[in-house]
Design a protein around this ligand. Structure first.
Ligand code: ACM
Ligand code: ZN
Length: 754
């Protein structure tokens, strides 16, 4: 008999010995890890026509039957007597609570027991994870359909284990959402926070206000309308689908900020009256709902009426984050409401606004959810807080007796990178590795012990600005959703990172059957362009232990290619291609590194009269998409840019158009190998074009390593001020950094001179 304490040891023994998924061994890979498990000798073998006994209309039984039938071709037969091979029973139990379950597998029988159908459903999800991953196949497949004998008694640490999808920034179809819900359900995720409205798109049909979707659901992108929305019938379809999977759907209707798509349709509810269009670039919009206008409240309440009627959740999320106050400061109506209600500032006006909405929701039997900004200016009495700007909002709210859900950006923002940004598609920024997410504890020490119960749980937020394709959404979600699930379910003392990382191997095969494009750790380290003198030694790492293969002849690496074994020394110009391989044989995307053998660049020993800054030629207007278009410009202006602000002086933030060419010098103190980083369109050093960033800004894939001797180097930066995929390129991003290869700080710009 193996007890819980042996879990890690047992897994590592099995995995290190290389026997990954062979059945006949108890390689248990359940995520989230059950809180109590003993593994016994022997196995239960599933056979056709085994008998099953379950409560009428059991969703749990239906799930198990459907999986066995589809993947294994095994049909269960309802038992007519009191006994059965598979026995599902509902029994009141304080220990198991609303979601817990007991799962006992012996050689002859499987007993599943819970206080609720939800608990039974989770017992089945655990049982499915004891079966080979092929059980997730959508077609009949061969496998050994047996499970180890175990005793599991399990219940969640937190009642809220959520994922937020932002269908406003990029629209997901009903089928795409269902696909995600299927996989969330495997991991006992029980809340789907549906971000339905924002500046860039209104996504839910409101029958009383058809223009919300006629106008607000579509924005112009690359000269074409982009968007979509969910009819109320489609919303009901998702609600039913989610409920069948133990998932509560919490709608978010953003107010008073992030409302531009609604205001494009109904500008009369803004402070200025518009006109507006749904926003086409990411970021925070200044035009918000007018908080001093009575009809605005009526409008929002009418919308909430339909939302409340549609969604059975007791919660309605009304956002409340990132609401600029610039319009309110200048709006006579907003100012009049502040005066008549004795509100000292616009923060208090937002609090007044939120409290009114809270009361309205209460009158409809609902509770208000809001981002932590709703604490500012006074929190609405019954509000539940989502703490996203770190943990402080959650700590304050919980200590003040409010329920909170922890979603701190530093840990559980699933829109962040999960590995080296050089190896991933462009993102909003930030880094939340799988290990980071797993390491999060939703109850910070500074929440008083008698207030800890106010922490309902945690949520991973996927803001979808940069998620242009469904495959990118899946890439961001998996495997990190499984870490969210385990943090939310498994008691702190039972968590185990090493075993979690190993259990991912089995889960990946399950995702393959769901056709999920999950993240595969890439060979990380080194720039994608490297110039070197004699030879260069390249170390690579992966964010989880996986094998790396490579080629030096330009061919695509495959399972038979040479295996990277610690470091790689290169002494001639080559194209290096690398891939990771997962235990099931699946290959990662290819990483390409161009290596060029060269002589060191020679720095100038002296340049007279250097001052801080760079010479700048610029034009304010004109839509330039390629550097060669600049040759036709005749109205250049000349100036000197000392600081970032000098650039913004002639170019308003978030305003595209124009171009700049900057000339100057950098100084390199000693001989060595340096990494050049610059997000401008072109970066020249010593007259050589070394960095080219066409298309996406916020992307450092073309950073280069070069050999430099000490001295001054002339540099030139060419910068086109454009909107790329919702991002305005900013001079801030164009500032170069030149750092020794052994200095990992990518952020500090290097001083420049002219
Ligand atoms: C948020 O990330 N603006 C809640
Ligand atoms: Zn106003």
């Amino acid at each position: 008999m193996k007890c819980l304490k042996c879990w890690g040891l047992m897994l590592s023994t099995i995995f290190l010995s290389g026997s990954s998924f062979a059945t006949g061994k108890a390689n248990i890979s359940i995520i989230p890890k059950p809180n109590q498990i003993t593994v016994n000798d022997g196995r239960f073998v599933f056979k056709n026509e085994m008998t099953v006994k379950a409560p009428a209309n059991s969703r749990a039984k239906a799930l198990l039957s459907q999986k066995l039938e589809t993947a294994a071709g095994i049909t269960l037969k309802n038992s007519t007597g009191g006994q059965a091979n598979l026995l599902f029973s509902i029994r009141q139990s304080a220990e198991l609570g609303q979601e817990g379950y007991r799962l006992q597998v012996t050689k002859n029988q499987i007993k599943l027991e819970a206080a609720t159908e939800n608990g039974l459903y989770y017992a089945v999800q655990s049982l499915l994870q004891l079966l080979p991953p092929q059980i997730e196949s959508k077609a009949k497949i061969s496998a050994t359909w047996e499970v180890p004998c175990v005793n599991i008694t399990d219940a969640p640490r937190f009642s809220y284990r959520g994922v937020m999808l932002d269908c406003s920034r990029h629209f997901s179809t009903i089928e795409e959402i269902k696909k995600m819900l299927d996989v969330f359900a495997i991991y006992k995720i029980n809340k789907f926070h549906w971000h339905l409205t924002d500046d860039q798109g209104w996504r839910i049909e409101i029958k009383r206000y058809p223009k919300l979707t006629e106008i607000g659901a579509f924005r112009m992108e690359d000269g074409k309308p982009y968007g979509g929305f969910y009819t109320q019938e489609q919303v009901k379809d998702i609600l039913k689908y989610a409920a069948e999977r133990n998932i509560e759907v919490i709608p978010e209707i953003e107010m008073p900020g992030h409302g531009l798509a609604a205001l494009a349709a109904y500008p009369e509810y803004s402070c200025t009256g518009g006109p507006f269009k749904p926003r086409t670039i990411w970021g925070v919009e200044d035009d918000v709902f007018c908080a001093g206008n009575e009809p605005t409240y009526q409008f929002l309440q009418n919308i909430l009426d339909e939302v409340c009627a549609l969604f059975p959740s007791k919660y309605v999320h009304v956002g409340g984050d990132e609401c600029p106050k610039v319009r309110w400061k200048e709006c006579p109506k907003c100012q009049a409401v502040m005066k008549s209600n004795g509100l000292k500032n616009e923060m208090e006006l937002q609090s007044y606004f939120t409290k009114r909405i809270e009361k309205y929701l209460e009158s409809k039997g609902k509770r208000l959810f809001g981002w932590d900004e709703i604490l500012e200016g006074g929190i609405a009495p019954s509000a539940t807080i989502m703490s996203w700007r770190g943990e402080q909002g959650g700590i304050e709210a919980a200590n003040a007796g409010h329920d909170v859900v922890m979603t701190p950006g530093g840990y559980v923002y699933l829109d962040h990178y999960q590995g080296d940004l050089l190896c991933e598609q462009v993102k909003i920024g930030g880094l939340s590795t799988l290990q980071n997410v797993y390491g999060y504890n939703p109850i910070p020490k500074s929440i008083a012990p008698d207030k800890a119960h106010h922490v309902l749980g945690l949520q991973g937020n996927l803001w979808q600005e940069y998620m242009y394709e469904p495959s990118q959404i899946e890439f961001q979600l998996f495997p990190r959703v499984t870490a969210i699930a385990e943090v939310g379910w498994t008691k702190l003392e039972n968590k185990d990172l090493d075993s979690f990382i190993q259990r991912i191997d089995d889960q990946q095969i399950r995702w393959d059957f769901h056709d999920v494009n999950y993240y595969i750790p890439m060979p990380e380290g080194n720039m994608n362009y490297i110039q070197f003198v004699d030879k260069v030694t390249l170390p690579f790492t992966t964010s989880r232990p996986v094998k790396i293969v490579y080629t030096l002849d330009g061919s695509e690496p495959n399972a038979a290619s040479p295996v990277y074994t610690g470091s790689l020394t290169i002494d001639k110009s080559v194209t290096l291609k690398l891939r990771s391989i997962l235990p099931q044989g699946k290959l990662s995307p290819v990483r390409i590194i161009e290596l060029t053998k060269t002589v060191p660049y020679k720095g100038l020993q002296k340049v007279e009269n250097l001052r801080k800054g760079m010479k700048m030629r610029y034009v304010k207007d004109g839509d330039y998409t390629a550097v060669d278009q600049l040759a036709s410009i005749s109205n250049w202006k000349d100036t000197v840019a000392i600081s970032v602000n000098d650039f913004f002086k002639f170019k308003k933030k978030e305003q595209s158009g124009g171009a700049a060419i900057l000339d100057g010098y950098i100084y390199v103190e000693k001989d060595g190998s340096y990494i050049l980083h610059c997000l401008a369109d072109q970066f020249y050093l010593d007259g050589k074009l070394l960095i080219v960033n066409d298309k996406m800004k916020k992307n450092a894939k073309s950073d280069i390593t070069v050999p430099l001797t000490a001295g001054y180097y002339p540099i030139k930066i060419v910068f086109l001020n454009r909107v790329y995929a919702g991002v305005v390129s900013e001079w801030m991003d164009a500032r170069p950094t030149v750092r020794p290869v052994d200095n990992s700080n990518r952020e500090l710009p290097t001083p420049v001179y002219y």
